[in-house]
Design a protein around this ligand. Structure first.
Ligand code: ZN
Length: 281
């Protein structure tokens, strides 16, 4: 097909937002923060450098992911603790909220559940916003570093990519074989990672994370959660991942329990209301 005469006019058409999100269920941020204020710490887990840790958070509890010791990005997976088929849906979370998540936005679950799994209630990197390269923090555009892509591009056999770290953590937490665990690992929320797409070629890029020790991202658990967090072998992802080259640091996960009654009449969100008949009968 040849370029049409009105090519420029077609290019100049203004975009429309695919999913206007004003009709999403309201986020009761004040309620969550009020409950968090009186909460006490009940558990913690540490993701060692180039390893992942698993953790459990009950519906109505909070969890905080913190940078400790040095700049480090983390790859986060979430499952319904009572049904591992329900897991975080990075692509739909991106479609609903945009390329990067921050305070007041949610991690949504896979079909046919499609409900909030966790809501971000604090983000100490919110100040970063969007930089001049189109980069921002906590993306849902990357997948997770994995040994298959490294093998495809470099012929490598590297065993501490986030994909493998998450598989080992899930297998250990649930008593699964590697074969059983691998298909349950999914695209992540890239905690603290600074990423975007290049304007000229549209390629996925990363740059040094602005995270400093003490920075954190904090969530309210909307349903009972099993989480796994990998301290990415890319460290702050300023140069490369999928190798032992970058400086890597641990990431801390802390779980907090609010006081009884602090959430008032709050209830876990129900699964999605679509009737699942898909046009049959
Ligand atoms: Zn990684």
């Amino acid at each position: 097909m040849t370029r049409p005469k009105d090519a420029e006019a077609r290019r100049a058409i203004a975009p429309v937002i695919c999913y206007p999100n004003e009709t999403l269920p309201a986020v009761p941020l004040d309620l969550y923060r009020g409950a968090r204020a009186g909460a006490r710490k009940v558990d913690e887990a540490l993701a060692a450098p180039r390893e992942a840790c698993a953790f459990r958070v009950k519906a109505g509890q909070f969890f905080r992911i913190s940078s400790v010791e040095g700049p480090q990005v983390g790859d986060l997976n979430l499952w319904n603790a009572n049904d591992l088929n329900e897991r975080f849906y990075s692509g739909k979370s991106r479609a609903l909220h945009g390329t990067h998540l921050t305070t007041g936005e949610r991690m949504w679950s896979s079909f046919p559940y499609l409900r909030p799994m966790a809501t971000i209630i604090e983000d100490t990197l919110e100040w970063y916003g969007m930089d001049g390269f189109g980069g921002s923090v906590h993306d849902v555009i990357g997948t997770r570093c994995d040994p298959y892509t490294g093998n495809l591009l470099q012929g490598s056999q590297y065993h501490h990519c986030c994909h493998s770290n998450l598989i080992r953590a899930l297998a250990e937490a649930e008593g699964l074989s590697l074969k059983e665990a691998e298909p349950l690992v999914h695209d992540v929320l890239n905690v603290f990672m600074c990423t975007g797409f290049t304007r000229d070629t549209g390629q996925y890029f990363m740059k040094a994370s602005p995270v400093r020790p003490g920075d954190y991202l904090e969530f309210f658990a909307e349903i009972d959660l099993l989480g796994a967090l990998s301290a990415c072998p890319g460290g702050d992802c300023s140069s490369e991942h999928s190798s032992d080259t970058a400086a890597c640091y641990p990431l801390l996960v802390e779980v907090f329990e609010p006081e009884a009654g602090a959430l008032g009449a709050w209830q876990s969100p129900p699964v999605n209301g679509y009737d699942r008949s898909h046009g049959m009968g």
